[in-house]
Design a protein around this ligand. Structure first.
Ligand SMILES: [Mg+2]
Length: 231
């Protein structure tokens, strides 16, 4: 982990498992589908999927678990589960405070997620005002400019480019929970605060993450030259 942080001017957030508690819901929904096939959704498979585009993620699961399904069949089954649970999702600790704080201080903020537009709308059902605070939302699964999903850097490069003034990568700070997202942001040349799932193996990524936190509540904006919290 680097201890010398450079000041940033712009901030890019992942969404699932970082701002919103959707990763927990994805796990429940996926296991519900896999029960039908007597398969177990292990952390090993989940950690490979997190952050990826929807179709890449589905193909990975079909291959790993040898499911007798096509990508579109699997997506359809998962979709039915997602429709039930996503509209109920809540914020993860510290997310709302940090985003509202940065917005209040006119720090440009964006979201870069692997999600589809359809799932995004389900997830933000009860959080429309909050997500209106972002300057833009990059939805990797549906965005024609995002050729490759995380761990490729595309979505972060595009998120930076779409800010007014297109800041340089080193002026952007990324918040991620997934290893795939951490790798993607690092490849984009950005500083990354990693808030991993407690099950994640942190060892291979000690030098990739600039800061590793157990919760967004621990983040100190002044570490990266951003306005500190009032109290
Ligand atoms: Mg995530």
């Amino acid at each position: 982990m680097s201890t010398a942080f450079k000041p940033v001017t712009h901030v890019i957030f992942d969404m699932d498992g970082l701002l919103l508690d959707t990763e927990r819901l994805y796990t429940v929904a996926t296991q519900n589908v896999l029960d039908e096939y007597g398969k177990v959704f292990t952390w090993e498979i989940k950690s490979k999927q997190m952050g990826r585009k929807q179709n890449e993620s589905a193909q990975l699961m079909i291959d790993e678990l040898q499911l007798p399904l096509t990508v579109s069949e699997l997506n359809q089954k998962l979709g039915k589960e997602h429709e039930k649970v996503f509209p109920t999702v809540d914020f993860l600790p510290g997310a709302e405070r940090l985003v509202r704080h940065l917005h209040k201080h006119n720090i440009p903020i964006a979201v870069a997620t692997g999600s589809t537009g359809y799932n995004y709308e389900l997830k933000v059902t009860n959080h429309k005002q909050f997500f209106s605070l972002f300057s833009h939302i990059v939805l990797s699964s549906d965005d024609p400019e995002v050729k490759n999903g995380k761990p490729a850097p595309d979505c972060f490069i595009i998120a930076a480019k779409r800010f007014s003034g297109s800041p340089a990568p080193e002026k952007c700070l990324v918040f991620e929970d997934a290893a795939n997202g951490l790798i993607a942001a690092h490849a984009a040349g950005m500083q990354v605060v990693w808030v991993p799932d407690p099950r994640a193996d942190q060892t291979p990524f000690k030098d990739t993450a600039h800061q590793i936190l157990t919760s967004l509540e621990e983040f100190k904006p002044e570490d990266f030259g951003l306005p500190p919290y009032d109290s």
